[in-house]
Design a protein around this ligand. Structure first.
Ligand code: MTE
Ligand code: MO
Length: 409
């Protein structure tokens, strides 16, 4: 990487933000007193790969779209360096934490209200939840015919521990009108054209989902300030729904008297056909519905695909399973292309909307090449399809069984 020192024109990096920086870095800055005034340390430059695991896969760098190979998602709680990035625009360059505000407005608030970060932290009770964020396009590369958009494999999913205040507590303080049906977020990122008048993304959820206990306005992830690429200093976090509803660099939430009509709420974005269509068929816009809770899904995070074991050796398989708003009630693995299934040990979630860990000590019966297929079943009895699920024109919600290759020598 070829980069020259970067000076922030707005000079936001004052001594007062050193504490925040220390939080982001997880250590103090050596010789901080010698750092030139207004200097933007490399770690704050919007190149999120500086803070990512070297084996993360970059699909795109303008905007940044980065995913984790399945084996990197082995941790019970996803660390920042292994968390996928899905940006629709450019990461904001200047973040003035000291003056950051959250405004609640829209047709359905009694009166708009604005909070500073410190007011949010002081005024409302803090809550911490592990929440699954999965991009609706995760698995898109598995669809045939191929659909447009980032060709995610399996790794646009995370389950981190988010800390903040409940959106419902903020909305109760603001006061809502009876006609509130939806919320929509606004973030500070910039359109790739760098035209500040062009919106990037502004999505939302029905008021019922917004008022759930686990819907947070968060300032911390895994006990640290939220990393820049993931929405520092404030983010809406909505577990179990398309992660596109979890607005990063959050500055405004509008409470709407109709379905939110911000950028990427309209057209066919984050929508699937109301009625199933044959692969390749793209019906008109009015025959699409907004994706809400994500479907049941699972990952094998150990071993890494391609592993070789000896005959008779027990393989300690493990991974995670999740099911949008639902819980996972069973987890199964097949080594014979779905003919028979072994039942895995499945843990309950840490809290609602967190992923669940599963394990299976597996012994493969003979030498040769195997595929291990993983299948989760949710608490409504719905399980993952073994191959491609319902094809849809935008390539969303591919929850086909995760498969890894293993050789027994
Ligand atoms: N402001 C803003 N929020 C955003 C986005 C964005 O581009 N801008 N991308 C959304 C999408 S599509 C996804 S999948 C998640 C990705 O979250 P992550 O990058 O922290 O993993 O953020 C969502 N929130
Ligand atoms: Mo997404």
């Amino acid at each position: 990487m070829n980069r020259s020192p970067h000076f922030d024109r707005r000079g936001f990096l004052k001594k007062s933000t050193l504490a925040t920086l220390t939080g982001l870095l997880g250590t103090r800055i050596a010789f901080a007193d010698r750092m030139p005034a207004g200097y933007l340390p490399l770690v704050l430059e919007p190149n999120p790969m500086l803070n990512k695991h070297k084996d993360m896969t970059v699909l795109n760098d303008k905007p940044w779209n980065v995913e984790a190979p399945a084996h990197l998602l082995d941790d019970p709680v996803t660390p920042a360096d292994k968390m996928f990035i899905r940006n629709n625009g450019l990461i904001p360059e200047s973040i003035d934490v000291a003056n950051w505000k959250l405004t609640i407005n829209g047709e359905s608030v009694k009166a708009p209200k604005t909070y500073s970060l410190s007011e949010l932290k002081k005024k409302f009770k803090t809550h911490t939840y592990q929440l699954v964020l999965e991009c609706a396009g995760n698995g898109r590369s598995g669809y045939a015919p191929q659909t447009a958009g980032n060709q995610w494999t399996d790794g646009a999913v995370s389950c981190a521990e988010w800390t903040g205040v409940r959106l419902k507590d903020i909305l109760a303080d603001v006061g809502l009108k009876d006609d509130a049906v939806y919320i929509g977020y606004y973030g500070k990122d910039l359109h790739v054209s760098q035209d500040p008048t062009k919106p990037v993304i502004s999505r939302g959820v029905p008021i019922k989902k917004a008022l759930e206990d686990e819907t947070l306005v968060a300032w911390a992830m895994n006990g640290q300030d939220i990393p820049l690429a993931h929405g520092h200093p404030l983010r809406l976090v909505v577990g179990g729904w398309p992660a596109s509803t979890s607005g990063k660099w959050l500055h405004t939430i509008a409470v709407r008297n109709k379905v939110h009509d911000g950028a990427k709420m309209t057209g066919k974005s984050y929508k699937v056909p109301i009625n199933p269509v044959p692969p390749g068929v793209d019906p008109p816009e009015d025959q699409f519905k907004i994706i809400e809770s994500m479907p049941v899904k699972s990952l094998i995070t150990f071993p890494k695909t391609g592993a070789t074991v000896n005959l008779g050796q027990v393989i300690p398989l493990r991974g995670h399973a999740w099911a949008g708003d639902r819980a996972v009630k069973a987890m199964q693995v097949s080594y014979d292309f779905g003919a028979t299934w072994q039942t895995c040990k499945l843990q309950p979630p840490k809290n609602r909307l967190a992923w669940q860990h599963w394990t299976l000590d597996l012994k493969l019966p003979q030498k040769g090449y195997y595929e291990l297929w993983a299948r989760a079943v949710d608490d409504a009895g719905v399980s993952q399809p073994m191959v491609m699920p319902q094809w849809n024109p935008e390539g969303y919600c591919n929850n086909a069984c995760h498969r890894i290759a293993v050789k027994v020598a």
